[in-house]
Design a protein around this ligand. Structure first.
Ligand SMILES: Cc1ncc(C[n+]2csc(CCOP(=O)(O)OP(=O)(O)O)c2C)c(N)n1
Ligand SMILES: [Mg+2]
Length: 310
């Protein structure tokens, strides 16, 4: 349910929820903890260890180490109701996403492109376009790592389910060590088992923001004699931390202070960083450049810079 944030806020959807079962630690959106803290909602948190117990507002009464799905419905009518309930979420999620799709994101066919479709290929890359393109380029033999950025929020709210491995750092969603994490995931996937075939072919892609990249640039160091990661680092460069533009304080504080303290502008030449560390570098400012760069990534570590507007 990609557009779950909008639906949870709607009376007809979120308003009708009676029970929540939580796996993992939902930290990307405020709607989930808000739902759990409602008086009319019962929450069950499933986690293998106590350290994982998620408990927003200390409102959770039931914790379990495992969960087993039993018989789903006791009657045909119940099955029908359940399907209708699920179907209405799926359809409404689709409608919210379609309404939110920017003009430049119109899908284009391989044959007989219209003028609008050609224009779309030359249009500057938007966040939604970037997230969609990276998601489309990822296959089951690939791995995708997402950094703490406005981009993971964008992915969370729009990409559909897909059978691919997606990783992200937990804890407080730190921006530190993101490149190191992705390098480790790439190298582990390339590791040889019993001295024969690598465990996986394919590419590891890391999608992150410019500040997270700068914070961990030291991890780009290539050590002589060590294996090279088949890693494509895709950096959405909006010149600072735009994830904070959505904070409440942005609505009331003066722009110049918000910029200095939260956005923290930067104008570092990322191609020079790539050159300094001996990484391949590419830049994709339009949709067609992006599709090309994602389809045929270099075999070693590479940096793909995608300029984004604030
Ligand atoms: C170690 C650490 N310091 C600070 C933060 C707070 N923080 C979260 S996201 C972020 C910056 C995001 O900027 P960028 O990587 O450019 O991503 P954008 O949101 O602009 O796409 C910061 C500083 C953090 N999560 N971890
Ligand atoms: Mg940024």
């Amino acid at each position: 349910m990609a557009a779950y944030r909008e639906l949870l806020q709607a009376e007809d959807f979120g308003g009708r929820v009676e029970r929540v079962i939580v796996f993992g630690h939902p930290s990307l959106s405020r709607e989930v903890p808000a739902l759990i803290q409602r008086d009319d909602v019962e929450t069950i948190v499933v986690a293998p260890t106590g350290a994982e117990w998620y408990n927003p507002g200390h409102r959770v009464r039931t914790f379990a180490r495992t969960a087993r799905v039993g018989a789903s419905a006791s009657s045909e009518a119940e099955t029908r109701d359940g399907r209708a309930w699920l179907g209405s979420w799926v359809m409404s999620s689709r409608r919210v996403l379609d309404a939110a799709t920017e003009d430049a994101d119109v899908p284009f066919g391989a044959h007989g492109m219209t003028r609008a479709e050609f224009a779309a290929l030359r249009a500057p890359v938007t966040r939604s376009m970037l997230v969609d393109a990276v998601w489309r380029a990822s296959w089951p033999h690939d791995r995708l790592v997402l950094g703490a950025s406005r981009l993971i929020r964008e992915a969370d709210r729009r990409v559909p389910g897909k059978k691919i491995s997606v990783h992200s750092n937990r804890g407080l969603a730190g921006i530190d060590g993101t490149i190191a994490t992705a390098t480790g995931i790439a190298l582990a996937s390339q590791a040889f088992q019993h001295g024969s075939e690598p465990r996986s072919t394919g590419t590891t892609r890391l999608l992150l923001g410019d500040l997270a990249l700068l914070h961990d640039a030291g991890s780009m160091l290539l050590v002589p004699g060590e294996a090279r990661a088949r890693l494509q680092v895709i950096v959405g460069n909006d010149g600072g931390g735009t994830i904070f533009d959505g904070l409440e304080v942005a609505a009331s504080a003066p722009d110049d202070l918000i910029s200095r303290v939260l956005y923290t502008p930067q104008g570092v030449d990322l191609s020079a960083i790539a050159a300094a560390y001996g990484w391949e570098y590419d830049r994709a400012a339009t949709r067609s450049e992006l599709e090309r760069a994602l389809t045929a990534p270099p075999l070693g570590p590479s940096l793909l810079e995608v300029p984004l507007t604030r």
